[in-house]
Write a protein that binds this ligand. Structure first.
Ligand code: ZN
Length: 498
């Protein structure tokens, strides 16, 4: 006889939910990769049905009493953390009526599908029709969530991705970033003005790029027995820890963007594959938050992938795949991978200008959710923000402007800040990793990556959601999140010795 029957019942239900989420994740992956266009309406309906079913499971009337009963049962610390996360998920789910959840699933599915054709066609007017409906539904959800959680609407949306992050804390971190970033961008661009840049000479057939990406993923410890790499319009990592699905996109005219996209997604994937096996299927095994997730992809892509020592590993792999050329010499490759050039596209942005894209999106989506900005006025505000932050004109170029990202079309408002919070965490983790492994740079240059991965696995991947985010950060790095390690990292890499 268990001493915690209510807790056991909650876990059994959580496992059932997890198994439906497993199938939902694979249906989403297929939707973004191989599904023929004719499958759209039926898939949207099927996913809407699954979303409704999951919503019923997450909000059953038995849950409240079970959560209360489990709180009084004798639980160990991991079970206690699991119960905390079960309650958090329940709080988020019960705030929203089933009709709203289903309507949102349908509207976002339609908006995302249409976006895939509207973006290349530069069709802002067509997109705006669908986005208006998505924004309307998300604003309603934000209001209800906020009322339920005692937060303002945007803060309630943030909580879905970044538990516990207040808008006050976000303002503090992004306020400091906004203070030092523009000067750093200018200084880095000026610093690189006379720098000789050798670009890789293509074409680079996409099949060869795919093979190289897979070789690199193996080098980065990705387990192909539990995952695969495919292509989609917008790279992402999905699936479940036992079967992680990555996607990337290749362009045969350029080599490095696709490759770095793969390294980025591999960081996400290793976090997923490295989650604590003993707790799989329970909330305590989940990745801690989206910023933590981005901290792993950016640890891989930016801290490791674009570092001077890693160019010693990458260069020979590129030469082996496409034949040697001057651009594949490690010193030249490092300069190409750390080139700072303000551009319109977030996913292609270098790590210095990237946070500027996030500052813009965060400001605009907060205004959309607050009702201070309408969808119709979005392009004009976008243009103004790009001119101010990066000195670029995006007027009339919707596809490389507000149409470029998938996030708003799928209703993921509150997600964008996580990218830059993730960059801050990644810099903070690497500062701690260097203290723990003083020879880290030499190890990386020699291709000995296992020590770094072992450290990340122990410190972060295997912790799942055992700790709340601030506590995890303090355990790993001795402090809660700060913008300072990112600033130090960027100044060292872009304003120091090159
Ligand atoms: Zn990412």
């Amino acid at each position: 006889m268990s001493t915690h029957p209510a807790y056991d019942e909650l876990c059994a239900l959580a496992l059932r939910i997890h198994r439906f989420e497993h199938l939902q994740a694979l249906a989403h992956w297929d939707h973004a990769t191989f599904m023929p266009p004719g499958g759209q309406e039926a898939r949207a309906a099927a996913l809407g049905e699954v979303a409704a079913l999951l919503h019923r499971l997450r909000t059953g009337p038995e849950l409240g009493p079970l959560l209360d009963a489990a709180a009084g049962e004798p639980l160990d610390p991991v079970q206690r953390a699991n119960l905390r996360e079960l309650r958090r998920a329940w709080n988020l789910s019960t705030a929203l009526p089933e009709g709203l959840v289903q309507a949102t699933s349908l509207a976002t599915s339609r908006c995302e599908h249409a976006w895939r054709a509207q973006r290349p066609a530069n069709d802002w007017a067509g997109f705006a029709v669908n986005l208006r409906e998505v924004v309307r539904l998300v604003r309603e959800a934000a209001q209800r969530l906020g009322d339920h959680l005692g937060k303002e609407p945007y803060e309630a949306l943030l909580d879905r991705y970044e538990p516990g992050l207040s808008t006050a804390r976000l303002d503090e971190l992004f306020g400091r970033l906004r203070g030092w970033l523009p000067g750093l961008i200018q200084a880095a661009v000026a610093r690189q003005e006379g720098e000789a840049l050798v670009s890789p000479q293509g074409p680079f057939p996409v099949d060869a790029q795919q093979a190289l990406s897979e070789a690199l993923m193996r080098r980065l410890g990705f387990d192909f027995g539990r995952g695969r790499l495919d292509r989609s319009a917008h790279p992402f990592t999905g699936g479940v820890p036992e079967d992680v699905r990555l996607t990337t996109r290749f362009d045969e005219r350029t080599l490095l963007p696709g490759l770095m996209g793969t390294i980025h997604e591999t960081g996400h994937a290793r976090y997923e594959q490295g989650r604590p096996v003993a707790w799989l299927g329970l909330p305590v095994s989940e990745a801690r938050s989206m910023a933590l997730h981005e901290s792993q992809s950016l640890a891989f892509e930016m801290q490791l992938g674009r570092s001077r020592p890693f160019a010693e590993v990458l260069g020979p792999m590129l030469s082996a795949a496409f034949g040697p050329q001057p651009a594949f010499e490690p010193a030249a490759l490092y300069r190409a991978l750390t080139q700072v050039r303000p551009g319109k596209i977030r996913v292609d942005a270098d790590e210095v200008t990237y946070p500027a894209h996030i500052l813009l999106r965060t400001t605009l989506e907060r205004e959309l959710i607050a009702g201070a900005l309408s969808v119709d006025d979005l392009p004009a505000r976008w243009d103004a923000g790009m001119a101010e932050l990066l000195g670029l004109s995006t007027v009339g170029d919707f596809k490389d402007g507000p149409l470029q990202d998938i996030h708003w079309s799928v209703g993921a408002f509150g997600y964008f800040p996580c990218y830059t919070l993730g960059a801050m965490y990644a810099a903070q983790w690497f500062t701690a990793a260097r203290e723990a492994r003083p020879r880290l740079e030499e190890e990386i240059a020699a291709g000995e990556l296992e020590g770094l991965f072992q450290w990340l696995a122990e410190q972060i991947w295997q912790q799942g959601s055992r700790w709340e985010t601030d506590e995890l950060a303090i355990r790993v790095s001795g402090r809660a999140l700060s913008d300072q390690p990112l600033r130090d990292h960027l100044e060292r890499r872009y304003l120091g010795e090159r």
